[in-house]
Design a protein around this ligand. Structure first.
Ligand code: ADP
Ligand code: MG
Length: 696
């Protein structure tokens, strides 16, 4: 037992031979340290299983038993009732679910389960409605009493083996774990030592012990990441001076006068935040979040005009050309009678045009520049850049931030997201930015009534509703996940409305044959697209069958209906954006989510949209169900560089750790000797990701 180290191969742990080591390696567990940090995914609390005889009505309890009978029944109006009988040592409990047919596929007859819920007594029998259920593997059924950690497994590796290996790893090696948090810090935040926490998370005696240990580990995990963010922010702020952009009541009223409406209270608060930033010589680095339609563009324009008023340039970057064009149009009409020169910079420019534009930008002949991010960041040299606004930055993570080349100071940067971002993601992915939220919307916006449409009967009814509305003069969007039909696809388009083309053909001959229906998709050339949109805008067509091209930039107040085919294929935030198109006019908007999916996930997800019109809630739900990659519209960032924390579950710890981290960095205490090992660890883990190392 000489020279034990955490870095040595997991094979050094007693009971792990080459074969087992290979299995573990497949799960990314190669070193002893990997093993110790292989935390349980969950624990099974078997200390609180109740006997059916002892159940109390309406209190949350857990029973254990075998599934003996499963039944599914159609009720009226297409509703489905699924029931199952659980044999708990000879006493029976009935569980029931409404409209969750997928439950049936999850229940294994004869399998042993834990059911948790609030039971009721009905005609002499205990019943639980919509209980949480947990299948017990054979290994787990034997664990009577106690707390059972559950680990990730791989083929050929059974739970009881894993439990044994983990116990051995902890017993043989946990004393080597280094302590990075000074005692005073641990006392203040009520954290145990790392060694104790690793022991207790793997070998807990009580749920409290497990929870405290887990909190300790997550705390350090998040603390290290947040210290990294705080260091990055500090570096960024010290890097260059920003121009101080003076503000006055006169400038303010000159800007406001240009808008045909009053700003909302939320917009005014956001402007206050931004203006305060612009008046300091530390570069602004702010994230503006608001739901679709809340009016973020106003804030962007305001900030840019403050820069222009101070004799500086400002740039607005959009994620797509369509949006860049739209912003350019907005700015042009807002400023048509002013001295402000605006330059649109997109890939549509010829080489000569682009060269000329770049010269004008460099010489300061233009004040405002609008374009796509790619185009602007290539080789544009600004004369005197005061403010840069980045629209829809949410697609980019912490490691990719815009870099501007200005002949003078660092610009103030305002980042805007089109989709609300869940709090926890915000504190990590964008944790080095200051945050402004707009929580209100311009007056007159209504909530869109949203319904899931499943099954033939419901479809028929929905089309009836839509046609009735069309007859009264409203217009409709039909949104499909794809454009074309592929060869193999079956010819029953009502059941499987796979593509915009199929749906278009089908609807124009069937459900919508009495209406003027047109097709719109991204592969049509620009002119045809515009003409089609124009006809729809002028009410020369009633229905637009399209792909998600309508997601961005379309605004037709008379269009109040939206049918989304195969809605389960879209992300929740995307569906929310789509329905944002029909909540704009004076008529009530209706959104129908057609779905074929019979899975728990899909069903739950779509239900969220029925229940709320709040983009933040939608984003939280999307995040919880599908992880960060989907919320941000890119899978690349699906994996956060965190070891143990679960951003949704652990948001409270995240807040604590974040507060502590920023304090350590801002007060300079991070440089005290007692934090030296924490500091080194941060640089080791996140140095390159966060470009903390000099020159990075
Ligand atoms: P988003 O936050 O989604 O980018 P926009 O900035 O595109 O929203 O604004 C959506 C619409 O609301 C635009 O047509 C805009 O002119 C309008 N709008 C913005 N602010 C107000 C306001 N305070 N009062 C009335 N309409 C507003
Ligand atoms: Mg916008």
């Amino acid at each position: 037992m000489t020279d034990r180290t955490l870095q040595q191969s997991a094979q050094f742990i007693s009971g792990i031979g080459p074969e087992m080591a290979a299995l573990l390696a497949r799960m990314g567990l190669e070193s002893v340290e990997d093993m110790l940090w292989n935390l349980p995914r969950d624990v099974l609390d078997l200390t609180h299983v109740s006997r059916v005889e002892d159940l109390q009505a309406d209190e949350l309890q857990t029973v254990r038993g075998q599934v003996v009978d499963i039944d599914g029944r159609m009720l009226n109006r297409g509703r489905v009732l699924t029931t199952c009988l659980l044999d708990c040592d000879g006493a029976y409990l009935q569980a029931s679910w409404f409209n969750q047919a997928w439950v049936r596929n999850k229940l294994v007859p004869g399998g042993t389960y834990l059911f948790s819920g609030k039971p009721k007594r009905r005609s002499g029998r205990w019943e639980m409605s919509h209980p949480r259920m947990q299948f017990l593997e054979e290994d787990e059924q034997s664990a009577h009493g106690g707390i059972l950690p559950k680990y990730g497994l791989t083929e050929g590796l059974k739970m009881h083996t894993m439990l044994r290996l983990m116990r051995t790893a902890v017993e043989e090696y946990s004393d080597l774990l280094p302590e990075r948090l000074p005692e005073s810090f641990r006392t203040h935040f009520e954290l145990s030592t790392l060694q104790e926490a690793i022991r207790q998370v793997h070998l807990p005696n009580t749920m409290d012990e497990y929870n405290a240990a887990r909190r300790r580990l997550i705390f350090e995990d998040l603390l290290e990441f947040e210290v990294g963010l705080a260091l990055r922010k500090q570096r960024w702020q010290k890097q260059g001076q920003a121009p101080v952009l003076p503000m006055s009541a006169k400038i303010d009223s000159r800007i406001r006068r240009r808008f045909p409406f009053q700003f909302t209270p939320g917009q005014n608060e956001a402007i206050t935040d931004v203006v305060a930033d612009l008046q300091r010589d530390i570069p602004m680095h702010r994230l503006l979040q608001a739901d679709v339609g809340a009016g973020k563009t106003v804030i962007a324009i305001y900030a840019m005009l403050v820069a222009v008023a101070a004799g500086h340039q400002a740039v607005l970057m959009a994620p797509t050309e369509v949006l860049a064009n739209q912003h350019w149009q907005t700015l042009s009409s807002l400023l048509f009678d002013s001295q402000v020169n605006i330059q649109l910079l997109t890939s549509a420019l010829t080489t000569a045009q682009r060269r000329e534009a770049l010269t004008r930008i460099k010489e300061g002949a233009v004040n405002l520049i609008v374009g796509t991010q790619a185009v602007i960041q290539q080789d544009v040299l600004f004369h005197k850049l005061g403010v840069a606004v980045i629209d829809e930055q949410h697609k980019f993570g912490v490691e990719q931030r815009a870099v501007f080349t200005s002949s003078q100071d660092s610009p103030h940067v305002l980042v805007m997201t089109a989709t609300p971002i869940p709090r926890s993601l915000c504190m990590t992915m964008f944790g080095d930015l200051d945050l402004t939220l707009i929580n209100d919307k311009p007056p007159g916006r209504q909530a869109v009534v949203t319904s899931r449409i499943m099954g033939v009967g419901a479809r028929k009814k929905a089309w009836q509703f839509i046609t009735k509305q069309l007859q009264t003069g409203r217009q409709a969007y039909v949104v499909c996940p794809r454009i074309e039909v592929s060869e193999q696809e079956v010819a029953d388009p009502l059941e499987i409305p796979v593509s915009a083309e199929t749906v278009f053909k089908h609807l124009s001959h069937n459900e919508l044959k009495d209406f003027r229906v047109e097709l719109l998709h991204g592969q049509m050339d620009r002119e045809r697209k515009q003409a089609t949109m124009e006809r729809f805008r002028n009410q020369e067509t009633d229905v637009l069958v399209s792909t998600t091209v309508i997601e961005v930039g379309v605004d037709v107040p008379n269009a109040t209906l939206m049918a989304i085919m195969q809605a389960e294929r879209f992300g929740l935030s995307q569906l929310h954006q789509l329905r944002g198109r029909i909540g704009r006019g004076k008529y009530q908007g209706y959104c129908f989510l057609y779905s074929e999916a019979d899975s728990e996930e899909a069903s739950q997800r779509l239900a969220t949209l029925e229940q709320t019109n709040d983009g933040f809630q939608v984003a939280e739900a999307d995040f919880e169900l599908r992880g960060p990659g989907d919320v941000l519209g890119t899978r690349q960032h699906g994996a956060m560089p965190l070891r143990v924390a679960h951003l949704v579950r652990d948001v409270k710890v995240l807040e604590e750790a974040r507060g502590a981290a920023f304090k350590l960095v801002e007060s300079g205490r991070l440089h005290d000797p007692e934090y030296q090992s924490l500091h080194r660890q941060v640089e080791e883990r996140f140095g390159s990701l966060l470009s903390l190392t000099p020159g990075g």
